[in-house]
Design a binder for this molecule. Structure first.
Ligand code: HEC
Ligand code: HEC
Ligand code: HEC
Ligand code: HEC
Length: 217
């Protein structure tokens, strides 16, 4: 009868362990070198176009130009206009304002059927450097959002509550300031309709379907 753990039994165990170790190493090599060439199921996910992540406003307001020390000569009305003289607004046969050459950059198209097409609905006819609103207040150029709000009450309330427009900066005000964009940062006051834009891409599932294999027949 053989005693347990005899010399030959231990030897056999060592051979088996060595064999298992070698075959595991073999499998590792096969795995790392991708010997059987299994297709890589992950396809590259394209990055989002950075223009969709850009938070800069589409327009610079009067206040932005002043802050950035840029050219504000367009707002220097009395460079050309004479104080105390009311400009005569001229209309064509269809009652559209005829914009003089000096203001050719202004395209007036505010509201369907040009319902807000009179310069002095907003500008002050007695002082070119201010706005004039229906409750009788005069506003500076930097207060244009209040001007818009004098006719667009509901949208203005949405804007104040943060439901219309956009706030840039920090949610957590202890980390840094937040800045609510003015109406004229997005809307051109003279033609406020927002031009159509390229739609942003849909959400990415992160589980792309495997590449289509070639038809087998
Ligand atoms: C580069 C010169 C220039 C500047 C700067 C200028 N204007 Fe004028 N503007 C003119 C001329 C010229 C006319 C046509 C003659 C007139 O009515 O006095 C005109 C006409 C107007 C009219 C009448 C428009 C129409 O359709 O008949 C308004 C309103 C007006 N300007 C407002 C302003 C305001 C507000 C500013 C400042 C924010 C300003 N302008 C700055 C030159 C200028
Ligand atoms: C004197 C009144 C008045 C003021 C001030 C005013 N709006 Fe309007 N706005 C109107 C009217 C009227 C319409 C047309 C509504 C309609 O057709 O149903 C309109 C329409 C619009 C529209 C819809 C697009 C379009 O053209 O139909 C936008 C956007 C707009 N305004 C933005 C502004 C902004 C921004 C300001 C401030 C710079 C402003 N409005 C100031 C009277 C005003
Ligand atoms: C709906 C209100 C509204 C009407 C109507 C309007 N404006 Fe303006 N206008 C503004 C606002 C608001 C600004 C300042 C916007 C900013 O901060 O960038 C402005 C700026 C200007 C400027 C200086 C900047 C520039 O764009 O050249 C001139 C000049 C001007 N308006 C002339 C006119 C004339 C002329 C008319 C009539 C043909 C007119 N506006 C009609 C609201 C109006
Ligand atoms: C961050 C940009 C942004 C700001 C700031 C902003 N708007 Fe708008 N607004 C938009 C866009 C985008 C639309 C949708 C245009 C469309 O549907 O074609 C819109 C639509 C509108 C409309 C027409 C639809 C409606 O709600 O009746 C009005 C009027 C308007 N805005 C007024 C304002 C006023 C007034 C302010 C400031 C108190 C303001 N907006 C600030 C981007 C802005």
């Amino acid at each position: 009868m053989e005693r347990p753990h005899s010399g030959s039994s231990v030897k056999r165990t060592n051979w088996v362990l060595a064999g298992v170790t070698v075959s595991f190493f073999g499998m590792v090599v096969v795995l790392l070198t991708n010997t059987w060439g299994r297709p890589n199921l992950r396809t590259d996910i394209p990055l989002v176009d950075p223009s969709f992540l850009d938070t800069t406003a589409s327009r610079k307001s009067y206040s932005d130009l002043v802050r950035d020390k840029e050219d504000v000569s367009d707002f220097d009305c009395y460079l050309c206009h004479e104080r105390g003289v009311k400009p005569q607004i001229k209309f064509d046969a269809n009652h559209h304002v005829i914009v003089p050459e000096e203001h050719a950059n202004i395209v007036l198209g505010h509201g369907s059927h040009d319902r807000n097409n009179h310069c002095f609905n907003c500008h002050n006819e007695n002082n070119r450097e201010t706005f004039y609103i229906r409750d009788g207040r005069e506003l500076r150029f930097s207060e244009s959002s209040t001007l818009c709000g004098s006719c667009h009450g509901p949208t203005y309330n949405d804007w104040e509550a943060g439901a219309h427009g956009r706030t840039n900066g920090y949610w957590d005000r202890s980390k840094g300031p937040a800045h609510r964009l003015d109406c004229v940062n997005c809307h051109n006051p003279h033609s406020p309709r927002i031009p159509s834009r390229k739609p942003a891409p849909g959400p990415n599932s992160l589980h792309p379907s495997p590449p289509k294999s070639a038809p087998t027949h």
